[in-house]
Design a protein around this ligand. Structure first.
Ligand code: ATR
Length: 278
């Protein structure tokens, strides 16, 4: 291949047309003078493994993996980072010498957004996580590593919250709480929505009493308009309700660093993406 050909990357998901990752990675590439091509690759579950193999054989350098494939890809890889093992999910693939290496940058992306962009101190924080699916599992390890004081997991299906808390209890103070047992006395510094409720609809069961004025309310999902969780927490008086654009850009920056060994500046990219000056 001539040397002026771009190195190829992409994001595999199903569906994937909504993904902003190509835009983000092209901005990183311009900023750092890297010659890359980054494509959207829509792949249904049945042919995922074959498509990854094909992309690798065609000379692709790496891939991002998004919903609904993150957990299953973790079972295909030859080798995996410790944080991908803990998350039970892979969002970044690297191809090196025919070895398929999996990593997970989602949790780091959240931690970086909280600490660098939101100026939130994770160290010592009391955190409430709503939801106990893959999104919740991916962030608990990195939040504990950043020295959160405690994490409470509250989920509609209580058993899933118990399982998740059990999985992490060796790493720190992680407990499960029934939604009905959440009260204002808990007084959390950070409330993270890791449910898919905003996307799927359905009744919202969490009690208003969990929201206090001083808690940072963070929705892992993001959209062009305030999410239902942001609206709910704002109406209840939370001073700061934000969504996951910063996490999206920071996890992308970490993937870019893994692939290119260059740290992009995320601030202007986040500003361009959200149309705001931070
Ligand atoms: P993912 O793995 O991508 O996070 P998931 O496994 O479907 O997706 O998990 C979605 C999470 O959102 C779950 O915690 C789910 O609760 P259940 O475990 O009880 O299914 C939660 N969720 C979805 N809709 C919800 C709603 N309307 N209210 C509260 N929680 C909801």
């Amino acid at each position: 291949m001539p040397s002026n050909q771009p190195d190829r990357y992409g994001v595999i998901g199903y569906p994937v047309s909504h993904s902003r990752s190509p835009y983000i990675h092209q901005l990183f590439a311009q900023q750092t003078d890297q010659n890359i091509q980054y494509d959207l690759i829509e792949v249904p579950p049945g042919i995922l493994k074959a498509k990854i193999q094909e992309f690798m054989e065609e000379g692709g350098k790496g891939l991002n993996i998004t919903l609904p494939h993150k957990s299953v890809v973790a079972t295909y890889v030859d080798d995996m980072s410790a944080r991908a093992v803990t998350a039970g999910a892979v969002n970044t693939l690297v191809f090196r010498d025919d070895v398929l290496y999996g990593d997970n940058t989602d949790g780091t992306g959240l931690v970086t957004d909280l600490e660098n962009n939101q100026r939130f101190r994770i160290k010592g924080a009391k955190i409430l996580i709503l939801g106990a699916g893959g999104a919740a599992r991916g962030i608990i390890g990195p939040l504990l590593n950043a020295h959160a004081c405690s994490i409470v997991i509250a989920n509609r299906t209580f058993e899933k919250a118990i399982d998740l808390a059990d999985r992490f209890k060796q790493l720190g103070t992680v407990t499960a709480c029934e939604i009905g047992a959440l009260t204002s006395e808990h007084s959390f510094n950070l409330i993270i929505n890791a449910t898919s409720a905003g996307l799927k609809g359905g009744a919202w069961l969490y009690p208003p009493s969990i929201v206090n004025m001083d808690a940072l309310c963070y929705d892992l999902s993001y959209s062009e308009v305030p999410t239902p969780f942001m609206q709910w927490t704002s109406e209840l008086g939370a001073a700061r309700s934000i969504m996951g654009w910063g996490m999206l850009v920071e996890q992308a920056a970490e993937s870019f660093f893994i692939w290119r060994e260059i740290q992009p500046n995320t601030k202007p990219v986040l500003e361009q993406l959200t149309g705001k000056t931070a």
